[in-house]
Design a protein around this ligand. Structure first.
Ligand code: AHR
Length: 493
């Protein structure tokens, strides 16, 4: 079957929020400590304790927001432990992630400094599961109130005169599970009560996000929307792509085509999840005012051999890059409802952008996908119809072509195309209706092996290169897309 795209270049109503390209950093394994925070006295180049190499790398992919401090950690975190002189902060236990000692050296001021260094918005997840409601209320006041109050004065005493701008606020995390084993009815009531005390001080306007469902828990979405839609700006959803199952997830690097196929098929289930959760949201919010916030997603493999199983440190191959490319295309295509997403996690944990080993740092194939797809940030989603061949593996199949297209403020059209088939190239004809094409250029991310990945010894094994397989032909672009690849087309009109 011919692969044909029809892109409506002069249409499009919905903006792809740049926040779909958001990230997530939890106090877990080497994400914060070692990965982001090394302390002011470290020999690793840092700005006020924060690694410069990591900040530079994340700025390059235009990180739009960062979610912190968890995850499950958020519902055990008491923010007042993480303020004031570092030597006076209490040691606590990170009970959920390996029962390691938490120094609290990275706290509110360090996180807000990190966001300022990254030039991104902050997304703070508050503690509903084990925190007092007054704690969450006071945290917002501490962060954002400009006037005189005990909390604002405490912030000043701790070295920050001006309030910060905080964009996004999560009211708990996975409250059906690690966040308190709640029923949706109970959580919905708690959400309503907590959000009531999250004040907008001065110019700061919090985008309030209710804790959402995991995977196919449609009942959670239904009940929380029914009871609290009016009080929220966003409702979260978590979905991880696990090649095996929760007990035996499978190796990040040692796999064959069976695991390759299953992983990518599971990544594509994001489409069905978004459609079904969004349909439930439509029932209570037909105007689509409430955003669906996919604030945890990504691949979850076994940890690297020899590493602490609670630290979730995994390698990242071309397979992870394809899983990210497929997922981001799907998120883009649902941008009418999906207003933000956060891949898990930023450094050294799960589907990381960055891996560090003391002073060394490498970026992963997934990082490069975020770099290529940054072209879609805040662009207008273009309607595309796709006729695609199938990638058939044994008796199952998935489409051999997965696509998103957008038009940016300068009129440039960007199309991201994933070919998940590890054996066959695809020939694609893209018809761009309503555009007079003048130039096409392309980048590709691929490798000879399905499990190709970057290491500290070979950090550039997988990286994007410019690609000459796309040509203009009148009002069409014709593309020869190699097997197991991600292509970014940039088309000028
Ligand atoms: O990202 C790791 C964990 O996965 C998060 O802490 C939790 O929210 C989810 O279950």
């Amino acid at each position: 079957m011919a692969n044909r795209l029809v892109v409506q270049s002069d249409l499009g109503h919905h903006q792809i929020s740049r926040h779909i390209y958001g990230h997530f950093a939890e106090h877990l394994g080497g994400c914060i400590y070692g990965g982001i925070w090394v302390g002011e006295d470290s020999l690793i180049p840092n700005t006020r304790g924060i690694r410069q190499d990591v900040v530079q790398a994340l700025r390059k992919i235009r990180i739009p927001n960062l979610r912190w401090p968890g995850g499950c950690f958020a519902d055990e975190y008491h923010w007042q432990d993480g303020i004031g002189p570092r030597q006076n902060r209490p040691s606590t236990v990170n009970a959920i992630w390996g029962q390691v000692t938490e120094s609290n050296h990275f706290g509110t001021h360090e996180f807000m400094d990190l966001c300022e260094q990254l030039g991104c918005e902050s997304y703070i997840c508050g503690n509903v599961g084990s925190g007092a409601m007054s704690e969450m209320r006071e945290w917002v006041e501490y962060l954002t109130f400009d006037g005189e109050s005990s909390m604002a004065d405490l912030r000043r005493k701790n070295g920050r005169e001006q309030p910060w701008k905080v964009a996004f606020w999560g009211v708990g995390n996975e409250n059906w599970g690690c966040g308190g084993k709640m029923r949706p009815e109970y959580y919905a009531d708690l959400y309503r009560q907590h959000q009531n005390f999250l004040h907008n001080y001065g110019e700061n306007k919090l985008f309030k996000i209710a804790g959402g469902a995991y995977d196919v828990d449609y009942k959670w979405t239904d009940v929380v929307m029914r009871e609290a839609a009016e009080q929220m700006d966003g409702l979260s959803l978590h979905y991880y792509t696990i090649p095996g199952n929760w007990k035996e997830k499978g190796s990040a690097t040692q796999f064959g085509e069976d695991e390759w196929f299953t992983t990518l098929k599971k990544a594509m289930q994001m489409d069905e999840l978004l459609r079904k959760h969004a349909t439930i949201m439509d029932k209570y919010d037909p105007d689509k005012r409430v955003g669906l916030i996919v604030d945890e997603w990504g691949t979850w493999h076994e940890v690297e051999p020899g590493t602490n199983k609670h630290f979730l440190y995994q390698q990242n191959t071309l397979r992870d890059a394809l899983a990210a490319g497929l997922t981001l295309n799907i998120l883009n295509n649902h941008c009418e409802r999906v207003k933000m997403a956060n891949i898990a996690q930023t450094v050294n944990v799960l589907q990381a952008m960055i891996l560090t080993e003391t002073e060394k740092m490498i970026v992963t194939p997934t990082y490069h996908v975020f770099g290529m797809y940054a072209a879609h940030q805040d662009a207008t989603l273009l309607p595309v119809s796709v006729d695609s061949a199938e990638y058939v593996h044994k008796d199952e199949s998935i489409p051999a072509l997965n696509v998103a297209a957008s038009r940016d403020a300068a009129g440039l059209i960007h199309i991201t195309l994933c070919n998940p088939d590890p054996n066959k190239a695809v020939e694609v004809k893209c018809e761009l209706r309503g555009a007079k094409l003048t130039r096409v250029s392309a980048q590709i991310l691929t490798a000879a092996e399905m499990n190709a990945h970057n290491t500290f010894e070979n950090p550039a094994a997988v990286k994007p290169t410019s690609f000459d397989g796309a040509k203009l032909n009148g009002s069409d672009v014709v593309l020869h897309q190699p097997s197991k690849s991600i292509v970014l087309l940039e088309i000028a009109q």
